[in-house]
Design a binder for this molecule. Structure first.
Ligand code: NDP
Length: 259
């Protein structure tokens, strides 16, 4: 299935495995679009990035691997400098904040370190990524000359989860005690809503997307969805976004999720 995403310059965090890597793969399958993918990961030379390195070797003109550790503000800054020097005047059209960690625990078992680590990666990391890449998103929005909002113009897609939902999570919390993760993703959802407010005037689309429960290292073996199906759905949704979806929360099928 072809991705409907027509964005030219795309950046993805956590692109070395799981859903991030699958997004890169499916964007590559769609050769009808001329694009450049900045596939970022925290350890480009490490063993966990081998699959991404293989892909980049096969498609050197389409993929650039960039080091970006969401947990390390200076690496986020460095990455933005590097990407900025490679981007033309057309700027960055699509930023996908995908990297995250999921630590388990309850109020009684979650340590301060667990909470800090999860917040650093899942909330502060994406905030800094958005902040550092904002000038390139603004450049893309300006360069497009098209009114309105779309991922082909300038967009921030935050890969969130229904587990960040105030109304949905309580019913499954006893079964899945993942308090640090849920609290951080609720914060991430708020970040999405406030970023949407802040970037309205720039016409940079910003929304949260739930991938479904997917078989990855994070989702585990019991998950009902394959990465391929989740990402096909997410790319279809991303490709169809307009200003109507700005500040919203959808899942991979396009259904509206509760906050
Ligand atoms: P995985 O655990 O399979 O992959 C996580 C990715 O994030 C890896 O590439 C990992 O890199 C990267 N990452 C973790 N910490 C950092 C960091 N500090 N800096 C940069 N990259 C980092 O997870 P999924 O692919 O399943 O999840 C992707 C997104 O989807 C997440 O935001 C998650 O919350 C969300 N999601 C997933 C669901 C599922 O069922 N799988 C359900 C709902 C939401 P490394 O290899 O270096 O660790």
């Amino acid at each position: 299935m072809m991705a409907a995403v027509k964005a030219c310059n795309i950046l993805i965090t956590g692109a070395n495995r799981g859903l991030g890597l699958e997004i890169v793969k499916q964007l590559l399958e769609d050769s009808s679009q001329k694009r450049h993918i900045f596939a970022t990961c925290r350890d480009p030379d490490g063993p966990k990035s081998e699959a991404l390195r293989e892909l980049a070797k096969k498609h050197p003109s389409v993929i650039t691997i960039i080091r970006l550790d969401a947990d390390d503000p200076s690496s986020v800054k460095e990455s933005a400098k590097k990407v900025g020097s490679l981007l033309g005047k057309s700027g960055l059209n699509l930023l996908v904040n995908n990297a995250a960690i999921a630590l388990t625990g309850s109020i009684q078992t979650s340590s301060v370190e667990d909470m800090k680590n999860t917040f650093n990666t899942n909330v502060i990391g994406p905030l800094l990524v958005i902040k550092e890449y904002l000038p390139y998103l603004q450049a893309a929005a300006k360069a497009s000359g098209i009114p309105g909002m779309s991922c082909n113009k300038a967009a921030v897609i935050n890969i969130s989860t229904l587990w960040g939902s105030m109304t949905r999570m309580p019913s499954v919390y006893t079964q899945f005690p993942v308090l640090p993760y849920c609290v951080s993703k609720a914060g991430f959802n708020m970040l999405t809503v406030l970023a949407a407010e802040e970037f309205k005037a720039d016409e940079i689309l910003c929304m949260a997307l739930h991938p479904g429960w997917v078989k990855t290292d994070m989702g585990g073996e019991k998950a009902p969805l394959e990465s391929k199906d989740s990402v096909e759905g997410m790319l279809r949704v991303i490709g169809s976004l307009t200003e109507k979806h700005h500040g919203g929360f959808l899942d991979y099928t396009g259904e509206t999720m509760p906050w």
